[in-house]
Ligand binder design. Structure first.
Ligand code: ADP
Length: 267
């Protein structure tokens, strides 16, 4: 039954606002003796019935590099999602705030963290669909974890979901996603390549001199993001591999994880 995942609203203490995301407000809170982040889902923005079913699947996904979904409040509207609290907030803001202060080891470790979480999702046959630095969070001990996996499927606003929509994440999307809406673990791998680029450019916006339409044009002309100044050639080669035109030519997350772990061993 779904009761197992259901949190009674009385068990939650809600505190200050942490931010407001595409799904609605995010509040800091506590649940028993744990610090949590409570996502309140904007009404009418999501297909709630479908979401409730899928929340059960999402709660079974359990890995140290995924932001844990502790439970849900679905008995009344708006729905709440209760997540493990991540002290250092979203990865994009973290990178921008620490610009110039993050060592090569730390940058590589961040990519490795995300590759571990993604290798787990890949082996669980679960497609993230919106992997980007803004959808990763940083813990108090600077571990990067993946959030918001699979959530875009429930968004009803086609500005987010249509590849022509103004809010569609074109800059993180593979050619086959932009053209045919064909999502796979290999389209997640493309997004991961862009995420590695974000990490090594310390939170820059990918293709920041181009509009969304110009990004699509550039990709059609087989152009790719350039190597960030602080990025070693060996890591840039993994990015380029992730941005192969054909999904089958891209590495799996299992392989990327292995390659990144090997780079970490090098002096
Ligand atoms: P978006 O929808 O734009 O991806 P989110 O809804 O995930 O944004 O979150 C909005 C903001 O709330 C984030 O930028 C982050 O600062 C904060 N936040 C979200 N989840 C957590 C969490 N588990 N722990 C701490 N802060 C969080």
């Amino acid at each position: 039954s779904s009761d197992k995942w259901e949190i009674h609203p009385d068990e939650l203490i809600l505190r200050e606002e942490l931010g407001s995301g595409q799904f609605g407000l995010v509040l800091k809170g506590s649940w028993h003796d744990r610090q949590v982040a409570v996502k309140t889902l904007r009404e009418g923005f999501m297909s709630e019935e479908e979401f409730k079913e899928e929340a059960k699947v999402m709660m079974k996904l359990c890995h140290e590099k995924l932001v844990k979904l502790c439970g849900v409040v679905t008995q009344r509207s708006p729905i709440y999602l209760v997540f493990e609290f991540m002290e250092n907030g979203c990865l994009t803001d973290f990178l921008r705030g620490k610009k110039g202060c993050l060592s090569q080891e730390v940058l590589l470790e961040m990519c490795l963290d995300v590759s571990e979480g993604m290798a787990y999702l890949e082996s669980s046959n679960f497609i993230h669909r919106d992997l980007a630095a803004r959808n990763c969070l940083v813990s108090d001990d600077n571990v990067v974890k993946i959030a918001d996996f699979g959530m875009t499927r429930f968004v009803l606003d086609d500005q987010y979901t249509s590849s022509h929509g103004s809010k569609f994440p074109v800059r993180w999307s593979s050619p086959e996603v932009i053209k045919f809406g064909k999502y796979s673990s290999k389209s997640d791998v493309w997004s991961f390549g862009v995420l590695m680029w974000e990490v090594y450019s310390e939170g820059r916006v990918p293709y920041d001199n181009r509009t969304n339409a110009e990004v699509v044009e550039a990709l059609n002309a087989r152009l790719r993001l350039l190597r960030p100044r602080v990025c070693p050639q060996s890591v840039y080669e993994l990015m380029q591999w992730s941005w192969k035109e054909k999904p089958e030519d891209r590495p799996s997350f299992a392989l990327l994880l292995h390659e990144l772990a090997c780079l970490e061993q090098e002096p």
